[in-house]
Write a protein that binds this ligand. Structure first.
Ligand SMILES: C[S@@+](CC[C@H](N)C(=O)[O-])C[C@H]1O[C@@H](n2cnc3c(N)ncnc32)[C@H](O)[C@@H]1O
Length: 606
């Protein structure tokens, strides 16, 4: 579909975009005329209508095969793939067929609910159980799974109710015993938790949490089609948009007019938060495994949401609570400025060539955002090398980066023309550029002092260093970190620091690896030092208030709390500020890490 969309000429896209209900028939015929000679289009129509391939039709065999595949992925704990298999199978499964005496669709919903449960997507999982029960009200497994979901949601009364029904419907003796034992545990929890009587309010979405949304303006931009702009100055963390998805069948014309969005939910590594995971790795109470994964839970069309363009340096962030889309400003946005979110890659995170490739492959457009169109400091330093002259903070680039920077549409000739992207970069990062203003970007030559660096030997040094860093990572997984491995990794860090530019992202990654390794062996002071060193670089690349810094501060404050260091309070407050900036009143819901951290802090100060 994306490929087909990308072939539509701009004039026709404009016509579709500007079409009204009255002009729609004319627009449709123009589109059809354009596509009618195209084999790709006819192939797509065949795919859409062929019951065997079954985009629209149903195909029991394919659904059963996907169900089997999903089951295998589930057993292998590959929950992301299991989710995809079951969702695909649900699309193909005819509504009225059975698999092993059970309605296939109901069974698929229950299987998918089990995956969602594993991924801690409880509301979505419970919704799947409800769907299964609508189709098959006496399906014991659906009652059982819903009971377990309710228990995880803290709705113990409902959980007991569901499990009792499951027990009565379950035919096998073994199954009944298992449900009874679950029931005992949950009843016990129910009795012990007085608060369980207050059912979790989160069952319902409170779309009205911030009713005074800003009325946005849609304009035609020079090179990105339609786009949203700020109708007035908007402070950071303002909710600029909230929307429920469109429940329409996706057809090509709507794909061009309103693009679909992938719905992501944060997957929390452990329902009890990172503090709970310490024991898994060591006696130390620190976990650096708080990396939050995003899980794709669906695809939907948001009428207004789809009008937001992409920027690799976004000023708004989007997130989903269940299927509702929320968009907030992450910084101050002046009146008339485009409101742009990131479709994936961001400056500071990926280099320009990788960002451009991702957006071309995934979304079929060449990114025209400022970070991709102008030479900027973030892209220059991300993968840069250290200058060979002692004490020179200049930047040395390899030919890949140089080629990409030279292709930027608004290439600059002087250092003063380089975009710093953000004021936070200016003070330190401008020191990396020539003070006389002239700029020569050539592979191997320092941008500041023009010294030549033999990049071949620099690459060799980095590769050498990487061997011991990889060994460190391997031993972290196997849990056999030795002093020899740690010493070799520390030496490699020194080598990297003398070879790569001080703000090269790889250095922050290695600092982060070392912080985690030192946590695992209980050397908390060293862990703290390396964690801070990693954050220092990331703050240069992203700025101090970026969500990435929020995640890193969760790690830092976890270490501090484990050391009994009360200054953790400062970092925990920063975490909560950053998360609120991105997720407003949903911050606690999106990040279950905050509360355990705050709870631990309260204990420490008591
Ligand atoms: C979700 S839509 C955004 C709304 C779109 N501009 C419109 O007129 O409907 C995504 C499309 O907008 C355009 N677009 C969005 N961000 C862009 C960017 N940074 N550079 C170039 N084109 C962009 C691309 O054509 C992309 O396929």
């Amino acid at each position: 579909m994306e490929k087909l969309k990308s072939l539509v000429p701009d004039s026709l896209k404009r016509m579709v975009a500007e079409s009204t209900p009255d002009s729609l028939p004319r627009t449709c015929s123009s589109l059809l005329n354009f596509f009618s000679d195209m084999e790709l289009f006819h192939q797509m129509v065949r795919d859409l209508t062929d019951p065997e391939r079954a985009f629209c039709g149903k195909n029991k065999d394919a659904a059963l095969e996907l169900k089997q595949k999903g089951n295998q992925c589930f057993l292998n704990e590959d929950y992301g793939s299991a989710l995809t298999c079951y969702s695909e199978a649900l699309r193909l499964a005819p509504v009225d067929v059975d698999d092993m005496d059970k309605n296939l669709v109901a069974a698929l919903y229950v299987n998918r609910a089990s995956v969602l449960h594993k991924l801690d997507l409880l509301m979505e999982g419970r919704r799947d159980c409800n769907r299964a029960l609508q189709i098959s009200p006496s399906y014991a497994k659906a009652w059982y799974r819903r009971g377990k979901m309710n228990a995880s949601l803290g709705n113990f009364e409902d959980a007991v109710h569901d499990l009792n029904i499951a027990k009565n419907l379950e035919l096998s003796f073994g199954g009944q015993r298992q449900i009874e034992s679950e029931l005992r545990i949950i009843t016990d929890m129910f009795e012990r938790t007085e608060s369980s009587l207050v059912q979790h309010k989160e069952n319902e979405l409170d779309l009205l949490d911030e009713p005074d949304q800003i009325k946005l303006k849609c304009v035609i931009t020079p090179n990105k089609g339609r786009g949203m702009v700020a109708p007035s100055d908007i402070p950071p963390a303002s909710l600029v948009h909230a929307e429920e998805p469109y429940a329409l069948i996706v057809i090509l014309i709507s794909q061009i007019r309103v693009n679909s969005m992938t719905i992501f939910r944060m997957k929390s590594a452990d329902v009890n938060g990172p503090l709970h995971q310490f024991g898994k790795f060591s006696h130390s109470e620190v976990s650096l495994t708080s990396n939050v994964e995003q899980v794709k839970v669906g695809q939907a069309i948001y009428r207004v949401g789809s009008l937001f363009n992409h920027s690799c340096q976004p000023n708004i962030g989007a997130y989903f609570v269940s299927r509702s889309l929320f968009i907030r400003t992450t910084e101050f946005v002046a009146v008339g400025c485009p409101l742009e979110l990131s479709y994936g890659p961001q400056a500071g995170q990926w280099d320009c060539k990788d960002r451009l490739k991702f957006l071309k492959d995934e979304y079929s457009f060449r990114c025209e955002c400022r970070a991709c169109a102008e030479v900027n400091l973030s892209d220059l330093v991300l993968n840069a090398f250290h200058c060979v002259s002692p004490n020179c903070p200049g930047i040395v680039l390899d030919s890949c980066v140089v080629n990409c920077e030279k292709q930027k549409t608004r290439h600059v000739q002087s250092a003063t023309g380089i975009s710093t992207l953000e004021p936070f970069m200016q003070v330190d990062m401008l020191k990396c550029l020539p003070s006389n203003g002239s700029l020569r970007i050539d592979p191997g030559f320092c941008l500041k002092c023009d010294s030549y660096c033999d990049l071949e030997s620099s690459f060799a040094a980095v590769n050498r260093a990487w061997i011991s860093i990889t060994r460190l990572k391997d031993t972290m997984v196997s849990g056999e970190i030795s002093t020899t491995v740690l010493t070799a990794a520390l030496n490699s860090l020194c080598l990297l620091r003398s070879t790569l530019h001080a703000y090269n992202k790889r250095i922050s990654e290695v600092e982060d690896n070392l912080a985690e390794a030192f946590c695992l062996v209980g050397e908390l002071q060293l862990a703290l030092d390396h964690c801070k060193a990693s954050i220092e670089i990331l703050e240069k690349l992203y700025g101090p208030n970026h969500i990435v810094i929020g995640y890193e501060l969760v790690k830092l404050s976890s270490i501090q709390l484990s050391m009994g260091d009360r200054t953790a309070v400062k970092n925990i407050n920063r975490v909560s500020e950053i998360f609120s900036r991105y997720y407003g009143s949903h911050a606690d819901k999106m990040f279950p890490y905050l509360q355990p951290l705050q709870g631990k802090l309260t204990k420490l100060v008591q």
